[in-house]
Structures are given as C-alpha cells and as structure tokens.
Design a protein around this ligand. Structure first.
Ligand SMILES: [Zn+2]
Length: 352
C-alpha cells in the first residue's frame, strides 16, 4: 500500500511538554515517524511525497480563528520577546477560557499575546515552537494526498502524519495535536462518497477532537476504542459510552472505553464491534485513526495489546472491504512502533 510522507513533518520540535506544571521530555518526537518509515522501508514500502492542498480542506473542520492563531503563534510569541525576556522558549498557555467564566457566552479573545494561547489551547502539554505550524500543515497534506490516492482507485493508503491530530476540536487544540488530520481526511472523503464515511479510531486514547467535530453530522460515523477516561486517563472529560451524537448526528458516535490492563481479546472484540457498527451503518469508505499506543510496552497507555493483536485488528478493518485511508495518530515506543504500524497495514491487506 502507498505510504505518504512529507519531510516537513519533522520540523515540529515541541521541546517537551508541561505536565502537572513540570516540564518533562515528552514522547511525541520526530524520531517516531523516522522509526515508522524505517520499518516500512525495510518492507519495500512505496513511499509517495505529499502534495500541497488548499486551506479549504482545513476550514471544513476547523475555525478560521484557530488556524490564524496556530499559523502566527510562534512569531507573535517571539515578537513579544517572551522567549528572551521571560525565558519561555515555547508557546504555552497560562490562563484558560473556561466555559464557566462567561456562563456559556463566547469569551473575548485576549489582547495579550501571553493570554491568547489559553483561548485556543485546552492543556499545557501541547507546546508550539518555530516549526510547529509547518509540520502540522504538512501532515494535513499527507492525509489529503492519501485521500487522493484512494479516490483515484487505490484500495488503501497510509498517511504517515506527524504531529498527530485526533485530540483537536473545531476551535481548540491539545493532546500533543494541532490540526486534526483524520477528520480532515474524513470530511474530504465524505465530499466524494455516496454514503457515510466511517472514522474508526484505534489509538489508545479517545479521539475527542474527531468526536466533537462530527458530533452533529449524520454523514460521518465516528467510533473509538480507548482506555476508559473514567479510570483516570486522557482526555479525562470525554470518551464515555453515553456520548452518541446529537441532532442530525444522533447515534453516529460510538465510544468503547476499556479498563486499564485490557489485552488482545477484549480490545479486538471492541475493534470488531466498531467494524460491524460501521458496516451496519452503511459506510462506503473508511478512515482509520491509527494510533498504536495501545501496545504492551507503550509508555502512554495501559492496554497491553500485542503485535499479533494489531495484525488481527488490521484484518478486521480490512474485511470491511472499503476504500481506506489510514492516518497515523499516537504510538510512542520507538523500539516497536514501526513494526506495529507494519502489522496493521499487513492485516488490512490480508483482510481484504
Ligand atoms: Zn494516544
């Protein structure tokens, strides 16, 4: 299957993350995609350079104000000398536009550069540096090029996106994500498809951004299997089973939260249930939000899925027989990450 890539995805260097108020090294590194590409290249992957796409595809799922903020955030930060005079070498929020502040009314966009970040960011982990916008924008081109390949007749295409995207909502970002590649691909496919698109997220964490972007849409089915936020896991506020969509999107959202320690069998049952749900919903194309951080040994989740579990998950999704775009999300164990992605891609091809 074609592997779409853009070298600019390496330009993002968050320089760590601020977790519980402390700067830690962070795990969302350019070495992640290097590891994936190395593993796929060993298997003679057909690597395709991403092509540039217009901003209209971003505006289909994101507010223009978020895009404008992200594009200028680093320059605004350094123009305000916050790196030199305050010693903060990355864009980070300090005060947040909590919904309760304004009793649900829209909050004002702050005038101060150092306050503006807290209007758009919902956590302190997701730092912006000099190459962040370029890399995030390149990752969108990677996802959209994979859509083009599938629209042109390829049965599957893999988008090696970095930074990941599934935690980004229409107007706010977080979770080490800046632009939401999977729903950008999903919305683009929806424009080209006669029936609904399924976006199935097997990353270890709930795809809260993707859920919210499509929560009121009836033409996109969003399913996610993930570690239970009720057991204390990110994204904490969302990802529960009773979030099923609303309005035109009623019953088009499906969350399958799993207990920490869940291994292959229950995880695969959930993946199978998501695939069956997409089939019953009449999906005519598929986006897989492909995180592999449910793996045993991954530092970011407790789900204990094996390499053969990922292969079997690929087969279950491939058995849907749908035109499929796979979009890279999480996965942080640099030793095994590439092989795990390869297992899913092989499984998809075997399942067809
Ligand atoms: Zn994750």
């Amino acid at each position: 299957m074609p592997v779409v890539w853009n070298d600019r995805c390496r330009l993002h260097d968050p320089g760590g993350e601020i977790f519980v108020g402390v700067r830690t090294a962070g795990t969302e590194l350019a070495a992640r995609t290097d590891a994936i590409l190395a593993a796929l290249s060993q298997a003679d992957a057909h690597v395709v350079d991403a092509e540039q796409h217009a901003d209209s595809a971003l505006l289909a799922v994101h507010d223009a104000a978020l895009l404008e903020f992200l594009e200028s955030a680093w320059d605004d930060w350094t123009d305000a000398k916050l790196d030199r005079e305050r010693g903060q070498d990355r864009v980070v929020p300090y005060a947040f536009a909590h919904a309760g502040l304004t009793s649900g009314r829209p909050a004002a966009v702050p005038a101060a550069v150092w306050a503006k970040t807290g209007y758009f960011a919902y956590d302190t982990m997701t730092l912006i540096g000099p190459g962040t916008w370029d890399a995030a924008r390149a990752a969108v081109d990677v996802a959209l090029t994979a859509v083009d390949l599938v629209a042109a007749g390829a049965p599957h295409a893999y988008a090696c996106c970095r930074p990941p995207g599934h935690h980004v909502c229409r107007g706010c970002y977080g979770g080490s994500c800046y632009l939401n590649n999977s729903p950008i691909a999903g919305a683009s496919l929806a424009n080209k498809s006669a029936g609904p698109v399924a976006v199935l997220d097997i990353d270890a964490h709930h795809g809260n951004g993707t859920q919210e972007i499509f929560y009121e849409r009836g033409d996109v089915l969003v399913g996610s299997v993930h570690v239970d936020p009720g057991a204390g896991w990110f994204p904490h506020f969302l990802g529960f089973a009773d979030e099923t969509g609303t309005g035109a999107g009623a019953n088009t959202n499906k969350n399958l939260p799993l207990a920490p320690g869940t291994g292959d069998e229950l995880w695969l049952e959930a993946v199978d249930a998501l695939a069956a749900w997409a089939r019953e919903g009449g999906a005519t194309s598929l986006v897989v939000a492909l995180g592999v951080d449910a793996a045993a040994g991954d530092p970011e989740s407790p789900l204990n899925v094996s390499a053969s579990g990922f292969r079997r998950a690929g087969r279950l999704l491939g058995a849907l027989g749908l035109p499929t775009v796979l979009v890279q999300e999480g996965g942080y164990d640099l030793e095994t990450l590439g092989q795990l992605v390869r297992e899913v891609l092989l499984g998809i091809e075997e399942g067809l």
